[in-house]
Design a protein around this ligand. Structure first.
Ligand SMILES: Cc1cc2nc3c(=O)[nH]c(=O)nc-3n(C[C@H](O)[C@H](O)[C@H](O)COP(=O)(O)OP(=O)(O)OC[C@H]3O[C@@H](n4cnc5c(N)ncnc54)[C@H](O)[C@@H]3O)c2cc1C
Length: 402
């Protein structure tokens, strides 16, 4: 395999670098560096989203006719890599990577014209109403029901772990429209306005002290039939299309590799108290080298999947492999960072609601102060989008044929 970039690809890389140098403001880079969260907060992400949109590089992976950039898979990769190296914020996936491609693929022309431009301009912020209390891994058992009433459905039920529901003005929601058929066949994919009576958003504060997820109660709320994506009962097919994008559509390796590089640099700065920096400890050095090798292997696999996407092929269940490996790697990097920073890597920010005012002044570098919050927040990687065990089941059944 030829792993070198062509002359045109190198020119594109330089163009991306020059753009980032000129247009990615320091306060956004700083905000991205300071976020311990899996999900970037709108105050960090939206300004960058608007800058990318003005350049036409925001939804580069969408079909060209609805705003995509028409790039090759290698260009996708180069762009993600340069953004990671420049500390650009990872944008919220909810509109751009989850519901946007669904609308582009399954939506009517009217739905595409109505919703997609508003995702790009960030006029609409979305949340994902899949999981319910009692229906997470076994999503097909979901109970939220939608009853047809003229030109609209009346929807009642509850969604949980709904990321950024407190910012969203729209929810894409799986609801049961037919209880008399096989569970998977009775589900529809509905778009629901969040600013209507009957919707209650209750915050859930996680063990990292963050408010990112919520429980959402839907009490006889309306979803227009015109806002249903696909046919009634097609929701499960659409849900799987979306989950494949959620698990594998993005490039994880560039950010993992950038974080490993930062970890190495931190290890070389951090005194061990015995003999030089902690980075000189051979056990730690081997641990970081293994992380780097695994991230490089993931990078090659991601490039192969991007090549499939460019040929119009959905990546399919092998995205479960990407989700599994990248989530495990992410957690291993976060865990290593806590170890590298020693005592300073164990502190939690005072302003987190759960921890109140109990800790003294922060100690150590910014990276040290972020280590524990990032570690705690990142426990979610192996749960959301389908837990590790669920990914392993999918790989066993559909990839290995066991
Ligand atoms: C931070 C965060 C953000 C999230 N954001 C969203 C969101 O925006 N929208 C949304 O809809 N959902 C969201 N989720 C929910 C997420 O998708 C679910 O938590 C996940 O699918 C697991 O479901 P569950 O929590 O009900 O756990 P369960 O399904 O109850 O699983 C409990 C445990 O049992 C294991 N298990 C379950 N079934 C099997 C099996 N068949 N074989 C082996 N082991 C099994 C699981 O791996 C897990 O360890 C989010 C979750 C988190 C943590």
């Amino acid at each position: 395999m030829d792993m070198d970039f062509t002359r045109e690809e190198l020119a594109f890389r330089d163009e991306v670098r020059a753009f980032l140098d000129a247009n990615l403001p320091e306060h956004i880079r700083e905000g991205a560096r300071a976020t311990p969260s899996v999900f970037v907060e709108p105050d960090i992400g939206l300004e960058w989203q608007r800058i990318l949109h003005a350049k036409g590089w925001l939804a580069y992976h969408w079909p060209v006719e609805v705003g995509g950039a028409g790039w090759t898979p290698v260009q996708h990769y180069i762009f993600e890599k340069e953004c990671a190296l420049a500390d650009a914020p990872a944008l919220s996936v909810l509109g751009l990577r989850l519901v946007g491609p669904v609308i582009a693929h399954f939506g009517t022309d009217e739905q595409k014209a109505r919703f997609l431009p508003r995702i790009l301009s960030a006029e609409d912020l979305w949340c994902q109403g899949y999981s319910e209390p009692g229906s997470g891994s076994d999503l097909a058992s979901l109970k939220t029901r939608a009853v047809l009433d003229g030109d609209r459905y009346r929807v009642t039920g509850s969604k949980i772990w709904t990321t950024h529901a407190h910012y969203a003005n729209w929810m894409f929601c799986l609801a049961r429209t037919d209880a008399d058929v096989k569970a998977q066949h009775g589900i529809s994919f509905l778009l629901i306005r969040m600013d209507q009576p009957g919707i209650t958003v209750r915050p859930i504060v996680t063990m990292a002290g963050d408010h990112e997820v919520n429980q959402v109660f839907l009490d006889d709320v309306e979803a227009l039939v015109a806002d249903r994506i696909g046919a009634e009962g097609q929701g499960w097919t659409i849900a799987k299309f979306l989950l494949e994008n959620e698990r594998g559509g993005a490039c994880h390796a560039p950010r993992l590799l950038a974080d490993i590089a930062a970890l190495k640099a931190d290890a070389m700065r951090q005194p061990s108290g015995i003999n030089g920096p902690v980075g000189h400890d051979p056990v730690l050095a081997e641990r970081i080298a293994r992380l780097e090798l695994e991230a490089q292997a993931l990078e090659v696999t991601e490039l192969r999947i991007l090549a499939d996407l460019a040929k119009g092929r959905q990546p399919g269940p092998q995205t479960s492999l990407l989700k599994l490996i990248s989530s495990n790697l992410r957690q291993a990097i976060d865990e290593c960072a806590v170890d590298v920073h020693g005592y300073a890597g164990l502190q939690l920010p005072q302003e987190r609601p759960l921890y109140g005012n109990t800790s003294p002044e922060p100690i150590g570098s910014k990276a040290a102060q972020l280590a524990a919050p990032t570690y705690l927040n990142g426990r979610a990687w192996t749960i959301f989008g389908g837990s590790n065990e669920v990914q392993k089941n999918i790989i066993a059944k559909t990839v290995l044929g066991l």
